[in-house]
Design a protein around this ligand. Structure first.
Ligand SMILES: Cc1ncc(COP(=O)(O)O)c(C=O)c1O
Length: 475
């Protein structure tokens, strides 16, 4: 064994490493005696303390044992020690590193979304325009929270559903702005609406249960509920939203986006809302209302939530601050019927205890001081102008070559181009578009050339420019 004084690893650490390597490759066999600390120090030209420190560590980890009066040995019955091997080597050997669960297998082939390439006009990002976010106020409130609750406290049962001031603020916001009927105890703060859906899947669904989802619909919901073993049944939509009469009789849960059908954009008509509530009037049926972006309605005032329209015990209402604040905040909420309060708290506790306190505290203040309402009002004006510019440009430059779905609300519009050349040209000239194919239960049957144009994070100038560039192909 040799030690190298130029290495940053201390000498005793080098000794530990080398002894372990020799035990692993059996140059030091089980039962072998290692030199005394004095001999080893002499052999290696290091101090006796260095060797003693190394031996002590190896003794405490079980690689060596000392026998009084006899010396220090490799344990006689030590099973073969694996040589630590980087994961890359395992992969190179073609071995599957770990077997995954059926949940993962059902999630299927998925990769984290690739970052958008540079120098493009990105019409695929769901990011709100963060340049217009009142960052100074937000930072001040976060710092204030840091002073008030520097390290929070260890999570207690009262915290699972969210900090009381935030639950109060959300409950009154929902009552006033969305017509939701609820008490703060029914509001649970969650880590983004994705967690709300995840908790619904855990609490409400058994493998084999039939869950109805709009088609096209939210792909994240389809994958998640499919992964827990639900049979996710596609239900068609038309200009009035979900076709309630087509709900499969076996469906127990229906996941819907009544205020702004995802992705096509229409609202669920009043008749359909009432029919859907009627459908849910059965002890084993429930509606999950995903109200993800209803703050941004441009024509007329926001439509009240389905939850407040009938028997609230049949609706789990889900919302998010991802679009009204910013997605990295990871705060959403779910309003659950009273009998589900404890099951949801239980599921949340066993999933992640609670959503981080610091941001919750800051958000509660942000809402209480009226910053959120102001920000939403401002962004509604900004986004309305962007939507108008986009629609104008589509009309002017593509005319009959594009059909535009409902555009009265939300941060995207869905378009269908008459020809594949437009998207082709978009790709060539650096405009990123998102196909709606993944929203369809069978992506292969998705309408040709249908795209989501997300306009929230693109300036008016660039929106017009993007359409001009794409349109060059159509003529
Ligand atoms: C249909 C739908 N639901 C929910 C969300 C928000 O998800 P989260 O709150 O997990 O960020 C989005 C965001 O784009 C969405 O499009």
């Amino acid at each position: 064994m040799v030690v190298d004084r130029r290495r940053s690893l201390p000498l005793h650490g080098q000794l530990v490493q080398q002894v372990k390597a020799r035990i692993a490759d059996r140059r030091l066999a089980p039962g072998a005696r290692v030199p005394s600390t004095r001999d080893a120090a002499l052999l290696l030209g290091v101090s006796r303390t260095t060797v003693t420190t190394a031996y002590e560590q190896l003794l405490s980890e079980g690689y060596l044992e000392s026998r009084r009066g006899a010396g220090t040995f490799v344990p006689a019955h030590l099973p073969p020690v694996a040589t630590p091997r980087a994961e890359a080597a395992t992969a190179a050997a073609g071995l599957p590193p770990v077997r995954v669960s059926a949940f993962m297998a059902r999630l299927g082939d998925w990769r984290p979304p690739a970052p958008a390439p540079h120098a493009v006009i990105d019409l695929s990002s769901r990011e709100p325009d963060l340049r217009l976010f009142p960052l100074a106020e937000w930072s001040r409130l976060l710092r204030q929270q840091m002073r008030r609750r520097p390290l929070g406290r260890s999570p207690s049962h009262e915290d699972i559903g969210g900090l009381a001031p935030l639950r109060d603020a959300i409950a009154s916001y929902l009552r006033y702005a969305r017509g939701v009927i609820c008490d703060p105890e029914q509001v649970m703060v969650v880590t983004g609406s994705q967690q709300a859906l995840d908790l619904c899947a855990r609490v409400l669904v058994n493998p084999g249960d039939c869950v109805a989802l709009e088609n096209p619909g939210y792909p994240e919901a389809r994958r998640l509920f499919g992964a827990v073993g639900a049979r996710v049944m596609p239900v068609p939509v038309d200009a009035d939203g979900l076709r309630v009469s087509r709900l499969p009789p076996r469906a127990r849960t229906a996941i819907v986006t009544p205020s702004h059908q995802y992705p096509l954009g229409m609202a669920l008509s009043l008749t359909r809302r009432l029919e859907l509530l009627q459908w849910a009037q059965s002890p084993d049926r429930l509606i999950i209302e995903n109200d993800y972006d209803s703050e941004f309605r441009y024509d007329g005032s926001p439509l009240p939530a389905l939850q407040g329209l009938g028997d609230t015990s049949r609706v789990v209402y889900v919302g998010t601050f991802s679009l009204s604040m910013f997605p990295a905040l990871r705060i959403g909420y779910v309003v659950v019927p009273r009998p589900l309060v404890i099951p949801f708290l239980q599921a949340k506790w066993h999933t992640d205890r609670h959503t981080p306190h610091l941001e919750q505290g800051a958000l509660a203040e942000f809402m209480a001081r009226g910053h959120l309402a102001r920000h939403i009002r401002r962004m509604r004006r900004v986004y309305r102008r962007r939507r108008d510019v986009l629609l104008d440009a589509l009309h002017t430059h593509l005319g009959a070559d594009v059909t535009v779905a409902d555009t009265s609300s939300g941060l995207h519009v869905v378009v269908r181009f008459a020809t594949g050349r437009v998207a082709e040209q978009a790709r060539r000239c650096g405009v990123t578009l998102l196909s709606t194919a993944a929203c369809y239960a069978d992506p292969a049957s998705a309408p040709a050339h249908e795209y989501l144009l997300r306009f929230s994070n693109v300036s008016e100038r660039l929106l017009a420019e993007a359409v001009r560039r794409m349109a060059a192909a159509a003529h």
